[in-house]
Design a protein around this ligand. Structure first.
Ligand SMILES: [Zn+2]
Ligand SMILES: [Zn+2]
Length: 369
């Protein structure tokens, strides 16, 4: 945040904002966001939700699809009207200085981890960290909110909790929650989620704001209080790898994002054939798995690469144990290098551990264990 904005923030904390300051603040916040390439849209005065649509857009059955309002400069349909157009920004917040500022996370390239601290009944163990078993022997005394669940997840991964991540923009909410802002890698349409009840969730009392959602800009004041930056950092850091993997594991990428399998690179295919595994069911099994690994080349990160490589390595290990494949490590290495060039340090360990696990369970030529 600029010095000007931070100074404004300090003044506002000391006394109720006079009208002129409000004009400066909301416009300045909107300009500051747009200047960073984050499209902005209005929030209703004192609220954290967008203002209502126009009469036509409130008609039953009307949706944002094909609606002329956002293109015509009206703020209907919430974050879908978000803009980087400075003239429009001057007009919106100049005329309505009481509007707050929202940011459309998807087009802004942002993933915001929204950590809540609501008092509430703790759900079952299986819903604290979806997909992760928490044994009955683990004492959960004192676990009360999203700060704790995201903290446990980070600890399990040997990482710093986003709540404690001093390298990135963090924003304290009026309800004592925390928004932790990250820049999303290019080409990854991370999806929103809320809580741990839905189809897709990261942790109990932790929401994810990304494509299909918006976030309240720091500096915005609602009736509940002010959204305020924590510490000195005012720029989002890149999304940490471990958190990207957790988001992928918990279904925060749309299914359409998974690329269609592409052919295995010729050299690797030849190696499979030369190793004697190219015929019959086992050959098809391994080729199919290798094709999935190779298809990860379509996107620079994620796509379940590690899981797919692990599965292929496990199968290859079973073929090695059965005497059906000789150069498993080399074959897998070639495909992995094709999908993730220059990341040998990362994939070599996955290949080795997958093969040694697979060697414990020899595969029959029919493809079964
Ligand atoms: Zn409208
Ligand atoms: Zn409309």
């Amino acid at each position: 945040m600029t010095g000007e904005l931070r100074d404004l923030g300090c003044d506002l904390r000391r006394s109720a904002p006079p009208r002129q300051d409000v004009v400066l603040r909301s416009l300045a916040v909107a300009r500051w966001c747009a200047g960073r390439g984050w499209p902005v849209h209005p929030l209703a005065p004192g609220r954290k939700t967008p203002p209502g649509n126009c009469t036509a857009c409130r008609e039953p059955g009307h949706t944002h699809r094909g609606c002329p309002c956002p293109a015509a400069g009206r703020w209907c349909h919430g974050f879908r009207a978000a803009t980087l157009d400075f003239a429009r920004i001057e007009k919106w917040w100049g005329e309505r200085p009481d509007f707050g500022v929202g940011i459309a996370c998807g087009p802004a390239g942002l993933v915001v981890i929204d950590i809540d601290a609501h008092p509430g009944q703790m759900p079952g163990r299986d819903r604290l960290l979806p997909g992760i078993d928490i044994a009955d022997t683990v004492d959960l005394t004192g676990l009360a909110n999203g700060f704790h669940t995201i903290g446990v997840l980070a600890a399990l991964r040997g990482a710093v909790s986003p709540a404690e991540d001093t390298t990135t923009l963090r924003v304290r909410t009026p309800s004592r929650g925390l928004h932790v802002w990250y820049r999303a890698p290019q080409g990854h349409p991370w999806q929103c989620s809320s809580g741990s009840g839905g189809r897709r969730a990261l942790a109990w009392q932790v929401d994810v704001r990304a494509h299909g959602g918006y976030i309240v800009a720091p500096g915005t004041v609602t009736e509940a209080g002010r959204y305020e930056g924590v510490g000195e950092v005012r720029e989002p850091a890149p999304l940490p790898d471990w958190l990207a993997w957790e988001l992928e594991r918990t279904g925060h990428l749309p299914p359409t994002h998974v690329p269609a399998p592409r052919p295995v690179p010729p050299r690797a295919r030849q190696a499979v054939l030369a190793a004697g595994g190219g015929h019959g069911a086992v050959g098809r099994l391994l080729s199919g798995l290798l094709a999935e690994v190779a298809a990860c080349a379509a996107v620079p990160e994620g796509a379940g690469f590690t899981d797919k490589l692990n599965r292929a390595a496990y199968t290859a290990g079973g073929l090695v144990a059965a005497g059906l494949l000789a150069e498993a490590e080399q074959v897998l290495g070639e495909v992995a290098e094709y999908a993730r060039p220059g990341q040998e340090r990362r994939y070599a360990a996955v290949i080795r551990s997958g093969i040694s696990a697979g060697r414990m369970r020899p595969l029959s030529p029919g493809g079964g264990r």
